[in-house]
Design a protein. Structure first.
Length: 531
């Protein structure tokens, strides 16, 4: 088994992605998670760029990391200046990070046209920078920027740049596909050529790929097969332009699909889904549902033929068990579904032998989807639909009327107020709630009307709200689909509403969210569990 080092640059290269921003606390917490899962190197940032990164390297020493080495990132010294006097070099030194990653120019075009230095001075800048940090006792990783483009343009000079870094004390030379334009076969060829150049110095190579051609993971795996000992990338593939190699996919492929490699010490792989979603949350980014291995759709089955097959043998439409990476199988229901989907989703209702009921549920699903409903992210609404078709649904309350008013006085703050009139256990309830918007106000009024009878609703909260126009060609009369995601101390569930009126669609989804919560809690009590 060949152990492959995993180098994470989510905190630096990942934050260069559009819409990605991490606070100091976010960066520290992600570092802790990366250490716990067994990542070998965590690049904390560029200490010359901002005060947040300077403070990160001070605070990270308090975390008590047990595995990961913290890296500070920087560039080679400036032209016409000694390494000792260069502000970037001093920032790396003063960060006290045990590992320093230095990026330098491999492509002669970049040296002469971007840095505006001679080719010889560029070599001196590389050597001086690496030597200064290595002699200060730091482990130095040299990132050869634009290595593949540079080698294709001028292989003799590109070879000199990585040799300069190795001779000066770099322990690893990382070959960077900075523009993300190389293909796997090119990666294999040039990784082998770079290894041959560095063989006499005994310095191994790593790989750092960008995803501009959607092959960053493939390129990283190809480099490992060619002999690279380290893969650099980011969690979820965050990064500039089209992103970096997604370390979630890199790790999963090396661990489960390729032979002879070990990553993360061979443990903690069942926490990959949790890690992926944690980083999404910390970055305030939406999950990528179709993300391989860990996405919510990675092991989701919608076609009736597929569901029928996996009910007999999961390997028929799954390349691996989702539990290996901490994910789970999901069965979806839609107009494409067959009876197998309904059976799989209604197991807890014990109605799998009622063929007529299954057909009734499926027909209702098809009819509602024609109206604009979707149930993939609305398991709460689907569960209530099953109860309605089976005749076991009794509403916990009856809506008599609701009214929403938005007041926007000139130069004053907008105020939203909702009034609901319900019948609960034969009693009329008439309550008013205020909120940041119509849905928030309706939710507040509904809770006021129900909390006295159903106190468990205090533990329920709305966590997401999505709106989509179903038939946009209808203009302002188009149908609106609203999906609400709710949570309590145990579960997360989705509900959906559709109407030409966005407030009514929101009410339908909100109504189902509350009904599902109440039915769910009642079922737990019947099973002997506390409410």
């Amino acid at each position: 088994m060949r152990s492959i080092q995993i180098y994470d640059t989510t905190l630096r290269d990942g934050t260069q992605g559009e819409g990605v921003s991490l606070s100091l606390q976010d960066k520290l917490q992600i570092t802790q998670r990366l250490d716990e899962i067994g990542v070998d190197y965590v690049e904390g940032g560029y200490p010359l760029s901002n005060e947040k990164d300077v403070e990160f390297f001070q605070r990270v020493k308090e975390l008590g990391l047990t595995h990961a080495k913290v890296c500070a990132f920087g560039m080679t010294r400036r032209r016409g200046m000694s390494a000792e006097d260069d502000p970037g070099m001093r920032a790396l030194y003063e960060s006290e990070a045990p590992v320093c990653t230095v990026v330098g120019k491999t492509w002669d075009f970049h040296a002469t046209e971007v840095l505006r230095v001679s080719l010889e001075e560029n070599l001196e800048m590389i050597a001086d920078s690496v030597r200064f940090l290595a002699e200060s006792g730091r482990e130095v990783i040299y990132d050869a920027e634009h290595f593949f483009d540079g080698w294709k343009a001028n292989p003799e000079y590109a070879a000199k740049t990585i040799q300069a870094a190795a001779d000066a004390g770099a322990t690893l030379v990382v070959l960077c596909d900075t523009n993300g334009g190389s293909m796997p076969e090119e990666i294999v060829d040039l990784v082998k050529q770079a290894q041959a150049v560095l063989e006499s110095q005994g310095v191994p190579v790593g790989i750092h790929c960008h995803n501009d051609c959607d092959v960053a993971v493939a390129n990283s795996l190809a480099a490992v097969d060619a002999g690279a000992v380290q893969v650099q990338g980011t969690i979820n593939g965050f990064g500039e332009r089209c992103g970096n190699a997604d370390l979630i996919s890199v790790v999963s492929n090396l661990a489960f699909k390729k032979q002879g490699y070990q990553v993360l010490g061979g443990t903690n792989l069942e926490h990959l889904t949790e890690l992926s979603r944690y980083v999404h949350e910390q970055a305030n980014m939406l999950y990528r549902n179709n993300q391989p291995f860990v996405g919510q759709s990675a092991f989701a089955h919608k076609g009736g033929m597929h569901v029928h097959a996996i009910s007999r043998a999961t390997e028929s439409y799954e390349h691996m068990s989702p539990s290996l990476v901490g994910n789970e199988r999901r069965i979806l229901v839609s107009e494409l579904s067959g009876r197998s989907n309904i059976i799989a989703l209604t197991t807890k209702h014990n109605i799998e032998h009622d063929r007529a009921l299954m057909d009734k549920i499926l027909a209702q699903v098809v009819e509602m989807e024609n109206e604009g409903y979707q149930f993939e992210a609305a398991e709460g609404t689907f569960d209530l639909l099953v109860k309605k078709c089976a005749g076991t649904f009794t509403p916990h309350f009856e809506r008599l009327k609701y009214h929403v008013e938005v007041a926007a006085p000139q130069n004053e703050e907008v105020v939203t107020e909702a009034t609901v009139k319900l019948r609960v256990d034969g009693e009329l309830r008439h309550e008013v709630g205020e909120g940041d918007g119509p849905v928030n106000a309706l939710d507040a009024a509904l809770r006021k009307a129900l909390n006295g009878t159903y106190p468990a609703l205090r533990n329920m909260r709305l966590v997401d709200y999505k709106v989509r126009v179903v038939n946009s060609e209808a203009g302002t009369a188009a149908r609106i689909r609203v999906i609400i995601e709710s949570a309590d101390e145990r579960d997360i569930w989705g509900t959906v509403g559709v109407s030409e009126n966005i407030i009514e669609a929101s009410w339908i989804a909100l109504n189902d969210a509350v009904e599902y919560k109440l039915y769910k809690d009642a079922a737990r009590r019947c099973d002997g569990n506390p409410s």
